[in-house]
Design a protein around this ligand. Structure first.
Ligand SMILES: [Zn+2]
Length: 521
């Protein structure tokens, strides 16, 4: 556009007026006509100060939960692991060999002992646990040469409040074990032909060889049992399930069977905590381990998300905010509140699992449930799936002597405090929305009214921060306006009861019809 000098002057004047008007509108919150604008009146600097003055409060310690986790015993955990090891091998394929049970060995004898333990705990609490066995036939697969009976064994501590009891939390470990024939130097792993099951590793069908599985996953099974023992002495409004599964080593069979049942029956399962290899690795000479840390793996992109949901995740930057990751953050909160006395901390790993490896939490993720994996700080592969032997002065085998029972007790405390906190907490606010239409530097969030005695906490953090940095309790309001642009931070909302028990955090969904975004076309 060409302008003569007169026109140019007029244009510049118009521009000046326009800019002034925009500036006035922006600096006069009342001009928006929204009641919340007044609350947003402070300047940007003041807003930043007020945000930093709203740190996330530490989760209050519930005396009942603190008492329960003090009862967790490293000696009990040791006794459980040594008993599991005494069955020689807990290979899931052993259910097809009746001679093993006659000798008091194998997976069937092991699962019957687990069931008897749950029943013993239940007898001590006046029958408070519902003890279940759920058998099914697993068809042949990569490590299953013929149809094999498998059995999940679990106990349910039903919630004391009829409504809250519908919300369930779960802890699990796999009680099966396996030894695998190691590859020789330069040997390639066997590959399956298309349409056929992969060749079975001869080691995986070895039912005679000792497969102690003290750490993998006697430790996780012990966590589930010990949580059942101590928590069954208390009552919680929500329901807690203590699960032990077989077939993890054959392809996550027990957990997948259980997760599918939970999905089909429409359970409101809010979190599954999978403990696999939580023995702490006491290998002599390993100076690299940190005995005060347990890793908590959580998926970023939910395995069960459909294409539309993946598109939404991409659009709104929710890669770091799956429901499983909110469970991981909750575990971190629990750790900060309950574990300092034990000088122990969960550490979030923003990854579904370790490279090239899997676990039972994946079965729950696959069925659309939030689930995480807890695993020791630093693994030693000489003590996983190995034939028990000494070679070139190195001891191989998953033996109890390499397990740090005090470490596993601390992992059990993290689990028990998380289960009990979630089972004590209120339901999360429903229908949480973020107002997408109003552009600008403040953000409006809404949700449905919460029950009497419950308040709502709005959380936010920088997009680059791993955990929530700011919190504002807005009581029983159903709406909050925060002087932060939704473009710059992540928001969530959670419910808090009058004793400080918290729900899981909920990420707000966009309100109204979602706009199409050009780059997605
Ligand atoms: Zn395992």
């Amino acid at each position: 556009m060409r302008l003569n000098s007169h026109r140019r002057l007029k244009f510049v004047s118009l521009m000046f007026v326009a800019v002034t008007l925009v500036a006035q509108t922006a600096s006069t919150p009342q001009a928006t006509g929204k009641p919340e604008a007044k609350a947003n009146a402070p300047s940007r600097g003041a807003a930043a100060r007020s945000a930093s003055a709203e740190p996330v409060p530490r989760m209050p310690v519930d005396p009942q939960i603190a008492a329960a986790i003090r009862e967790i015993s490293a000696a009990r955990i040791r006794a459980i692991i040594e008993k599991l090891v005494s069955f020689n091998s807990r290979n899931s394929l052993g259910s097809g060999d009746p001679t093993l049970k006659e000798k008091g060995q194998g997976v069937v004898a092991a699962r019957e002992w687990i069931k008897s333990e749950f029943e013993r705990y239940s007898a001590e609490c006046g029958g408070c646990l519902e003890v279940h066995v759920d058998s099914f036939i697993q068809p042949p697969g990569e490590r299953i040469p013929k149809p094999t009976e498998m059995t999940n064994v679990y106990a349910v501590l039903r919630g004391s409040d009829p409504d809250a009891a519908k919300r369930m939390v779960l802890v699990t470990g796999h009680y099966d074990t396996i030894v695998l024939t190691p590859l020789k130097p330069g040997e390639e792993p066997p590959l399956s032909e298309p349409g056929k099951p992969a060749p079975v590793n001869p080691g995986s069908v070895d039912l005679i060889a000792q497969a102690p599985g003290a750490n993998d996953d006697g430790s996780g099974t012990a966590v589930s049992l010990e949580c059942a023992r101590v928590l069954s002495k208390h009552r919680f409004p929500g329901t807690i399930i203590f699960l032990t599964v077989p077939g993890e080593e054959q392809g996550l069979n027990g957990s997948l069977h259980f997760a599918r049942m939970a999905k089909q029956e429409g359970w409101n399962l809010i979190a599954a905590l999978n403990n696999d290899i939580v023995g702490g690795n006491r290998t002599p000479g390993d100076t690299g381990r940190n005995p005060r840390r347990v890793r908590v793996f959580s998926e970023g992109l939910p395995l069960a998300a459909d294409t539309a949901e993946i598109r939404r995740i991409r659009r709104y930057g929710w890669e770091n905010d799956s429901p499983s990751r909110q469970v991981a953050r909750y575990i971190s909160d629990v750790g900060r509140a309950y574990l300092p006395k034990f000088r122990f901390m969960p550490e979030m790993i923003f990854r579904a699992d370790r490279f090239g490896r899997g676990g039972d939490h994946t079965s729950f993720n696959r069925e659309g449930f939030a689930a995480v994996r807890l695993t020791e700080d630093r693994e030693d592969l000489n003590h996983q799936h190995q034939y028990v032997r000494t070679e070139n002065g190195i001891e191989y085998g998953d033996l109890p002597k390499f397990v740090d029972f005090d470490y596993t007790a601390n992992v059990a405390r993290v689990n028990a405090a998380t289960l009990a906190s979630l089972a004590s907490g209120p339901p999360p606010p429903a229908n949480v929305r973020i107002n997408m239409r109003a552009p600008g530097n403040s953000t409006t969030l809404t949700w449905d009214a919460v029950p009497e005695g419950v308040s709502v906490e709005v959380l936010w953090r920088l997009t680059t921060a791993p955990d929530w940095q700011h919190a504002r309790n807005v009581g029983r309001e159903t709406r909050a306006v925060v002087d932060e642009s939704k473009d710059n931070v992540m928001f969530a909302v959670r419910a808090v009861d009058k004793n400080g028990h918290r729900s899981l955090a909920v990420i707000p969904r966009p309100s109204g019809r979602e706009r199409r975004v050009t780059y997605e076309e």
